[in-house]
Design a protein around this ligand. Structure first.
Ligand code: ATP
Ligand code: MG
Length: 353
């Protein structure tokens, strides 16, 4: 099949690692039966500093022409995070109904977890985060600012449709995995309206998926279990805020942020999905050529998988894991001296053989 992939390299190491992910996709694109065209877009905080907006008018329409979007990272010292979030990430996620944020938490062979004595057999689960609604709403406001009666209010929006579609995705994923288990993140003891609404929907799905076992934990103890019992988990589903928190904790137990991939999915495939490493633009190491490209390469593998190109997707991930397992070409974040380029070269050589 042939595809069009929109590439948004972004800022800092975002562009450094995206370049490598594109090289991997280009190499796979030379296989018979697979052809990928790339269209690059400069949307970033760098673009914002020049033009006053993260993306120009018409940007979303242009991205809509693609089959998938590959994003590096956006962020620049001095540009507040809410600019890149509300100026680029959230509009893309919402416009294209990327209502699932999927983050595999899996310890690759050869990598070590900060959890002592935990190996790849203990750390292998998926985090499914609701990505379009929930706690991250624009509804709210402030009153009497600057006085001692100041008030801030913020509304959470849970819709039946929004909750059900992300749960549907989580249960469908669980069904395809050996453990067939879903864990729901909740906090219905403290959050009196939206969380019981969420729990009721989970209970309904549990009934409709008798082959999938289900449990739920309050978000606070669930975070503790991620560290104490990572082996308990298979598919973990949570609201936008809870999923956000867990999906930074997950990569931390699975070998670090430099190797953590993510996908913003429109599971219907009616609109493009977006694939990006979990990490940001890392201004502290930008320009040095030493960023770990594994998160971006793995994200590219997820992109192929989502498009239905399961064989090249698996081949790319296997090549990454062959190189991590070998433990010879390692970037400085994981204690080695390899460069972004040399690690990718090793993966590409593996991918050929
Ligand atoms: P942003 O504002 O864009 O989110 P940040 O500095 O807040 O950037 P990250 O970019 O995620 O957050 O970086 C956090 C830390 O992890 C930094 O010290 C960074 O150097 C390191 N880091 C992140 N990604 C990588 C990577 N791919 N390879 C090596 N180190 C990384
Ligand atoms: Mg950051």
């Amino acid at each position: 099949m042939s595809y069009k992939v929109a590439v948004i390299p972004g800022d800092g190491i975002g562009s450094e690692v995206t370049q490598e992910a594109v090289r991997a996709l280009q190499q796979l694109s030379s296989r018979p039966g697979l052809s990928i065209d790339f269209e690059e877009y400069p949307y970033s905080c760098g673009y914002y500093l020049e033009h006053g907006v993260m993306m120009p008018d018409g940007a979303l329409e242009a991205l809509d022409e693609s089959d998938a979007i590959l994003l590096g990272a956006v962020g620049y010292p001095g540009v507040p995070d809410h600019v890149s979030l509300w100026g680029l990430l959230i509009p893309i996620r919402r416009t294209f109904r990327q209502y699932v944020n999927l983050r595999p938490v899996r310890l690759l062979r050869g990598l070590s977890s900060p959890l002592r004595d935990r190996g790849p057999e203990d750390i292998d689960f998926l985090i499914v985060r609701e990505n379009n609604e929930g706690e991250y709403s624009e509804i709210g406001g402030r009153l009497y600012d600057g006085t001692d009666e100041a008030i801030a209010m913020q509304s959470t929006v849970f819709t039946q449709k929004g909750v059900e579609r992300v749960l549907q995705f989580a249960f469908d994923q669980a069904r395809r995995r050996p453990k067939q288990h879903v864990t729901s993140a909740t906090k219905s003891n403290g959050i009196k309206h939206t969380m019981p609404f969420w729990d009721e929907a989970v209970a309904k799905f549990a009934e409709h998926y008798p082959d999938v076992t289900t449990d739920q934990y309050h978000i606070d103890i669930l975070a503790a279990h991620f560290v104490a019992h990572p082996d308990w988990f298979d598919v973990v589903v949570g609201s936008n805020l809870f999923g956000d928190i867990l999906s930074d904790l997950g990569p931390a137990v699975a070998g670090g942020i430099g190797v953590a991939p993510s996908a913003n999915l429109n599971p219907t495939r009616e609109k493009p999905s977006m694939f990006e490493p979990v990490h940001g633009s890392a201004p502290d190491i930008a320009g040095k050529g030493i960023a770990n490209p594994i998160a971006a390469l793995w994200s590219a593998s997820m992109l192929l998988d989502h498009l239905g190109e399961t064989t090249p997707a698996a081949d790319l991930l296997n090549a990454i894991e062959a190189v991590s397992g070998e433990g010879k070409v390692v970037t400085p974040d994981l204690g080695g001296t390899a460069t972004t380029r040399s690690l990718t070269n090793r993966v590409l050589a593996e991918l050929k053989s």
